[in-house]
Design a protein around this ligand. Structure first.
Ligand SMILES: *Cc1c(COP(=O)(O)O)cnc(C)c1O
Length: 376
């Protein structure tokens, strides 16, 4: 059989950037400032410029970025943090680690993004019950597309909630002509290797327009330190990005725009060739996706299983994001108030992600489309 299509091809990408990457890594090996070396500051300036944010603070992972953002607001016991039920586990894990309570919100049936009307309803419900204090909303830009930030901000403003954008999957996307990074009070992203802008290990970043918040994030990522090294102002964590990872990311940034364009081109081909076979992704209005994930919907779980098996036999890998909404996960069930979240529950049984990355060849894309149409 011909070689399987790679779901992600970091080797091919590494070959493309090798001439730029190697000297950057050699420079770090030469200066040996492995923590907060000069590449970290250079990366922060470039990332802020890339998305137009006033401040960028790099951190050790996307999860730690979320945690530092909530720690800076003093969110903890008795606080309700609203977030979509259909997302990666990290979004819900962080409020729980801080002693706060995640309140799961259902998502929009066509875009899979947090549903602003449901958000307003869940906030009203929490206020009515009176046990928790509504404090924050984490909007997730799912699969590369932006959440409906205008509507989320309107709810948050009316309710006095801190807005945190979990942009782990969607750095590089834009909405209303502006790159994500300024849509919320703070924006967290991830450089996990499989994200659109990935390092060679864990990494993340926070963006904000507030100089006070940025200063707090810098303090919190270094054990809550003050202006001098051994002055400890607050409980923080060890949450810095490695210099070597910053060097990798500086190199990846040189090709990032081209890679986003390549992903977008593949999404257009998929849309054109698959729309009659499966439900292709609904595009969020007035936005450009980073296309971290291209997820289609099948009529039911049996159809998904058949398609997945057929594609596997044809050498086309697929993935299911996410097979179970978070409010039904064993770890989070006890934190959930028991509300049904029917859209999240439904799409988790029918969703399927196809390979999408900048090193897919036209032949790969053709092979994937042919295999999908042959297994419907
Ligand atoms: C990947 C991801 C995270 C966590 O990022 P890490 O860098 O792996 O810690 C958080 N939220 C979402 C939606 C993600 O996809």
């Amino acid at each position: 059989m011909t070689r399987p299509v790679p779901f992600l091809d970091l080797k091919a990408q590494q070959t493309r950037i090798a001439a730029d990457l190697r000297p950057r890594l050699e420079a770090v090996l030469a200066h040996c400032q492995f923590v907060l070396g000069p590449e970290v500051g250079e990366l922060e300036a470039r990332l802020a410029a890339f998305c137009g944010a006033a401040h960028c603070v790099t951190v050790s992972s996307g999860t730690d970025a979320l945690q530092i953002a909530l720690m800076a607001e003093g969110i903890g016991r008795g606080d309700a943090v609203f977030l979509p039920a259909f997302t990666y586990t990290a979004t819900a894990e962080v409020p729980l680690l801080l002693g706060a309570t995640p309140v799961f919100v259902d998502v929009d049936a066509s875009t899979f993004q947090i549903d602003p009307a449901q958000l307003a309803a869940r906030v009203a419900e929490v206020r009515r019950v009176g046990r928790l204090r509504p404090r924050a909303v984490i909007g997730v830009d799912l699969f590369g597309q932006p959440a409906d930030w205008l509507a989320i901000r309107a709810v948050a403003y009316a309710e006095g909630l801190f807005t945190l954008d979990d942009c782990a999957q969607s750095f590089g996307a834009s909405q209303h002509g502006v790159r994500l990074g300024r849509a919320a009070d703070a924006t967290a992203t991830s450089f996990f290797p499989s994200k659109p802008l990935g390092a060679y290990g864990d990494g993340g970043a926070l963006f904000t327009e507030s100089a006070e918040r940025a200063a707090l994030y810098r303090s919190l990522r270094t054990h809550g330190e003050g202006t001098t090294r051994y002055e400890v102002l607050r409980t923080g964590m060890n949450g810095r990005l490695d210099t070597l990872q910053a060097a990798v990311l500086l190199s990846k940034l040189t090709v990032f725009e081209e890679e986003l364009a390549a992903r977008a081109r593949i999404s257009d081909i998929y849309d054109a060739r698959l729309a009659n076979a499966v439900t292709v992704p609904t595009r969020v209005a007035d936005s450009v996706s980073a296309w971290a994930i291209y997820a289609v919907l099948l009529p039911d779980a049996a159809a998904r299983e058949r398609l997945q098996a057929g594609l596997r036999a044809a050498g086309v890998p697929t993935a299911i994001y996410y097979p179970r909404p978070l409010h039904l996960q064993p770890a989070y069930r006890d934190a959930h108030d028991g509300s049904a979240l029917p859209v999240s529950e439904d799409i988790s049984t029918r969703i399927l992600a196809l390979p999408i990355h900048p090193d897919l060849t036209d032949a790969d894309v053709d092979r994937i489309c042919t295999a999908v149409c042959a297994n419907i």
